[in-house]
Design a protein around this ligand. Structure first.
Ligand SMILES: *Cc1c(COP(=O)(O)O)cnc(C)c1O
Length: 352
């Protein structure tokens, strides 16, 4: 009844999304703040009659806005239905086991191995440094590799590596092999690899509106890279679904990205809350990895990640833990509003 390839799938398990709203949700790195208020004004004037037509398959107006915001050209921008989709297209277009294994850090976004299975790409997990940072030399040492992918700042650790390190990686890596830098959290800290796109024909920078722009439910992700790579992604898209980003999403995303002052302000609020939360966790005897993201990765000696997760869940607070050797003791806690973090700290100081 089923295809042989179906058997190979090991689907990604997303964080819980309980629909009853009784939980304080700090488990999937969503923003605690609403998206740009300018979206509402645009929606009020939106002519629903437009939905009679197919959306613009090339999302020209949205890509023009992205190009303007990030000072690149429209030909260097690709948009998709969330960065998860954009990443899937990257895996399909750029990675091919015939040229070696795909390399990524041992602890990083757990969707990467899922796409490898989906597209039959062999991969090699490469250990992190002792301080949990991405080990550039270890990634380079794997030869031959058909490409490299990592998140910067990384997830679930929250740690970022410097632009200098990424530059060093690219300078020492063959320029006919692609390096994907997944910058889902870059607006919360760290330097973007975007500055290197003009110099490296093999660099792909992936972004999402889900975290820093408070639009996880909209599903909009994008790539910035040199034109031949963008053209390759378009070829994949047009072999799968010509219209992955609907008219409403194109319009909302365009308005949201253009309101840069607003979303940068929201990120600053999250950053301030993160830093004071991390300090208070440390004061409570927790070990907290340095975070450049909208979450912290932390542990309390004497407790497992699962213990912490289950205890907090009972108290109506959802965090995330990973049942993976090496990071079992940790929980990943999304940064909410200051009041939400106070509520969590109250529980933490009594329970652990
Ligand atoms: C959240 C996240 C994504 C997925 O973002 P969507 O645009 O919502 O699909 C991709 N990569 C990393 C590292 C993430 O944490």
């Amino acid at each position: 009844m089923f295809s042989a390839r179906l058997k190979r799938l090991r689907p990604y398990v997303p964080g819980e999304q309980p629909q009853d709203k009784t939980y304080l949700k700090l488990n999937t790195n969503e923003s605690p703040y609403p998206p740009s208020p300018k979206i509402k004004a645009m929606m009020a004037d939106f002519d629903l009659g437009q939905l009679r037509r197919y959306c613009d398959p090339e999302a020209e107006a949205l890509r023009t806005q992205i190009a303007e915001t990030y000072s690149i050209t429209k030909a260097e921008v690709f948009v998709g239905n969330g960065s998860d989709e954009v990443l899937a297209f990257c895996f399909y277009a750029f990675f091919d086991s015939a040229k070696g294994k795909l390399c990524f850090p041992e602890f990083t976004y757990s969707f990467y191995p899922v796409y490898c299975d989906l597209f039959d790409i062999a991969y090699q997990k490469v250990p992190l440094n002792d301080d949990f940072s991405v080990d550039v030399d270890a990634l380079l040492a794997q030869r031959p590799s058909c490409g490299i992918i990592f998140a910067n700042p990384n997830a679930p650790t929250g740690i970022c590596i410097s632009l200098k390190q990424i530059g060093r990686l690219l300078k020492n890596y063959p320029d006919d092999r692609i390096v994907v830098v997944d910058e889902a959290y870059i607006d919360f800290g760290g330097e973007s690899a975007l500055a290197l796109v003009p110099d490296f024909p093999n660099l792909v920078v992936v972004r999402t509106l889900s975290k820093s722009m408070s639009l996880a439910g909209l599903r909009l992700g994008f790539v910035m890279a040199q034109k031949p790579l963008i053209d390759a992604l378009s070829a994949v898209k047009n072999s799968f679904n010509s219209y992955p980003v609907d008219t409403l999403a194109q319009n909302i995303a365009r308005v949201a990205i253009a309101d840069e002052t607003y979303w940068r302000d929201m990120c600053q609020k999250v950053i301030a809350t993160r830093d004071s939360f991390a300090t208070r966790l440390t004061e409570n005897g927790w070990e907290v990895l340095p975070s450049a993201t909208n979450f912290v990765f932390a542990r309390k000696p004497g407790f497992s990640g699962k213990d912490i997760y289950l205890t907090l869940k009972e108290k109506g607070i959802l965090v995330r833990y990973f049942d993976t050797e090496g990071i079992k003791d940790y929980v990943r806690i999304t940064i909410g509003t200051p009041a939400e973090m106070d509520r969590l700290l109250d529980q933490i100081s009594t329970c652990f």
